[in-house]
Design a binder for this molecule. Structure first.
Ligand code: VG1
Ligand code: CO
Length: 544
């Protein structure tokens, strides 16, 4: 194999964010841009003939081209084996599973997740380590450091690889295995959940369902699992064909972007269960007939009912949630007398807790839930969890939620996103918030008295590492909370996220619209951060 060494110069913007490096496709298409970043990752790792790598992406624009480039750089850097999803496709949770199952050294996942795709939209790449989870900060910091030092990369002068034929290919000592992207993952799901029970509930008509794959990676996974294995009627999975631009949509499963599904679930024709997943298959949205389950509630309900699912029938060790996620799961953990951890935003912070057996379930308010079966959040897993729960209890989604609130109370919750804000304005907002922090504790604003106000910092209980500046949080005496955080996944300007939460213990007052129930907190958040005043905007870009 001939190997070419190509001189290059650093790009100064290759710092990974919440979940890998995300940029416009046009940025990634610049000469040497992708090559530099991949070489910088490999320069940070001990690579030899025994090293193996799982490779695949969500099928967005530039996926195939990027895979061919990465194969050649991996070959030139001395990897012994690449395991690639057929067609270059792998959902994020399926990639995590393949790394674990094959005991690979790591994996490269090509995705910008819920960000739009297409020639003028977003692309992304992230490295996962040998436990199958996103690279922790000490890795991503080193990738960035290497990207600032890079002066050359190595690339093998070989032909493009056939990505579509399943089986092994060998070039000298370099082995490539193309695998079915769905099979191993579907088998794993079959081991976790009671497929015969779900199948019976679907065939008897007690569960009717619609799953929106949003023209993204979960189409083939959902077709196989939900329609073929569980017997849902053909057409139950909509927007099932992955497209490089996701059909022009925004593959983010929420009420705003999965509008067709949301409309159906609130119509007279609503099936009993509705769900959607995102670009790379790690997020989920859960709906019932005329009800939307917030991701924070979904996590809490899963924790409270995990014993009804075969894989968790012995109970769960503990739970974790990202800091801005509502405190609903904390109440369940307390009742179950298990540990509950509060981590910074991003799945990489759950890895150590899962590896150490401290937690079994974890989740984020951003439509992500998962367990110790892989080291990523997992959209279809969450959908199957709910289907298993419905089949086992015979209850409707709405009944499960209502009963949960009656028992534990309701954490009324909402997130307001202001997207593509000028960076200077966002910085001024954070400066303004930081200035107020020291004087806030004890201060009253109408019904609310501040109990604590700080900037969240996390110490990993397993390796002791510290992550600072993870968002500003203000908690009130009545348990209400607001959090201000900057997104680490956007590609245009800055996105300010405001997370709002209020606890309601009285059953009679639990059935309120979240925006109305949170109105006073929303006003107070504006008073403190002045986002509308400083940007001239009248409303958030997206409310979830
Ligand atoms: C967002 C979410 C975060 C999630 C991350 C990756 O990050 O808030 O909870 O882990 O996306 O999800 P940020 O920094 O923009 O708030 V995905 O589905 O993009 O892999
Ligand atoms: Co995602």
């Amino acid at each position: 194999m001939r190997i070419k060494t190509v001189p290059t110069q650093p790009f100064d913007d290759q710092k990974p964010g919440t979940s890998g490096l995300r940029k416009k496709v046009k940025v990634f298409q610049q000469p040497n841009y992708l090559e530099n970043f991949v070489q910088s990752i490999f320069n940070s790792l001990p690579v030899d003939q025994g090293s193996s790598l799982v490779l695949g992406g969500d099928g967005r624009y530039f996926n195939r081209e990027a895979i061919q480039i990465i194969i050649k750089i991996a070959a030139a850097n001395g990897f012994g084996h690449l395991i690639i999803g057929q067609g270059g496709l792998l959902s994020t949770p399926a990639a995590s599973h393949l790394i674990r199952k094959n005991q690979a050294s790591g994996g490269l996942i090509l995705s910008a997740s819920h960000n739009p795709g297409g020639a003028d939209e977003d692309f992304g790449i992230k490295y996962n380590v040998s436990n199958g989870g996103p690279a922790p900060e000490k890795f991503t910091d080193e990738f960035y450091r290497q990207s600032m030092l890079i002066s050359e990369y190595k690339i093998a002068e070989i032909d493009d690889i056939d990505l579509d034929s399943i089986g092994a290919q060998q070039i000298e000592t370099f082995k490539i295995t193309i695998v079915d992207p769905v099979d191993d993952y579907a088998n794993l799901m079959n081991q976790i959940f009671d497929f015969p029970l779900i199948n019976k509930a679907i065939e008897s008509g007690s569960i009717t369902l619609c799953f929106d794959a949003m023209h993204a990676i979960t189409g083939p996974y959902a077709k196989k699992i939900i329609e073929e294995m569980l017997g849902a009627k053909p057409g139950s999975v909509i927007n099932a064909i992955p497209l490089p631009d996701f059909g022009g949509g925004h593959p983010d499963p929420n009420l705003a972007h999965a509008k067709k599904l949301a409309d159906l679930m609130f119509s007279a024709e609503a099936p009993t269960f509705g769900a959607a997943s995102d670009g790379d298959g790690d997020r989920n949205m859960i709906l019932g007939n005329h009800i939307f389950v917030t991701p924070s509630d979904s996590l809490a309900i899963m924790a409270a009912n995990a014993h009804l699912i075969p894989a968790y029938s012995q109970g769960i060790a503990g739970v974790a949630r990202s800091m801005p996620t509502s405190q609903a799961v904390d109440r369940v953990a307390e009742a179950l007398d298990i540990a509950c951890y509060e981590t910074p935003t991003g799945w990489k912070y759950f890895g150590n807790l899962l590896d150490a057996g401290k937690i079994t379930l974890c989740g984020e308010e951003s439509f992500g839930t998962g367990s110790n079966h892989v080291r990523e959040k997992d959209g279809l897993w969450a959908v199957l969890f709910w289907l298993n729960l419905l089949a086992k209890t015979g209850l409707a989604v709405g009944d499960i939620v209502q009963q949960h609130w009656q028992k534990f109370g309701r954490d009324i919750y909402s997130r307001h996103d202001y997207e593509a804000v000028d960076l200077a304005i966002v910085n001024s907002i954070f400066d303004h918030l930081r200035e107020q922090l020291p004087g806030l504790t004890g201060k009253s604003f109408g019904d609310f008295t501040v109990k604590f106000a700080d900037e969240f910092s996390y110490q990993d209980p397993v390796d002791g590492s510290i992550s600072k500046n993870q968002g500003i949080r203000i908690g009130f005496e009545d348990g209400s909370r607001m959090v201000f955080r900057l997104s680490g996944t956007g590609t245009v300007g800055a996105t300010l996220r405001i997370y709002l939460e209020r606890f309601e213990s009285a059953s009679a007052r639990q059935d309120q619209d979240a925006q109305i129930a949170l109105a006073k907190l929303i006003d107070l958040a504006e008073q403190l951060c002045e986002i509308k005043k400083r940007t001239g905007r009248s409303a958030p870009t997206v409310i979830t």
